[in-house]
Design a protein. Sequence first.
Lengths: 136, 99
Amino acid sequence: MVNEIEVRALPENLQDVLDFVDEQLEAMGAPRKLHLQMEVATEEIFVNIAHYAYAPDTGMAIIRAETDCDNQQISISFMDEGKPFDPLAKPDPDVTLSSSDREIGGLGIYMVKKRMDDMQYEYRNGKNILTITKGF
Amino acid sequence: MLNIKKKADGTTLVLALTGRLDTNTAPDLNNAVNESIEGVESLIFDFKDLEYISSAGLRVLLASQKIMNTQGSMVIRDASEEIEEIFEVTGFADIMTLE
């Protein structure tokens, strides 16, 4: 089953996006733990789009959720028409550094990478498309 | 939505959080820490009622840890299992004190 929403990519619209993702997970009967993991992943990706894709302007984001109830899997694609940007190309932060040496940034995408079963990026027809997939 | 309850006792400061620490509420925590951090030797975050944390929240914790490294200690108490897992994945469990 496929559902999608389109929202202006602004941090204040984050809750609408999280509600949408939660609805898809509820419909699948996904466990609570998965809700939290998907919410964090959604926040990290959506907030990146909100902050960087169209800066200094704003623009739209489409969030498409594909749920596979038989295989208990959900795929969420985040699409924007902003600057081409591959978040997977960034090197991971060094998570072994001490607190004084740790950098403040770089955690968001890393957290998503570690928790999702799969993550794909492509730039097609003028759109950044980031897809995360997780099963339970 | 994030509710922050401050309790100061001498040089100990306890911040009890209720709700969600995300991109929209993290600045509130950052302000709460910066407002009261002077002279604090023991900073304690009570996570018993914290339901959710994203990287925005982790960033505030890291900034707080860096400050406390120079003036005392910082502890995070009673984080839920899911939140502890986030700490593990990001290596924060190694650089912060969780009780």
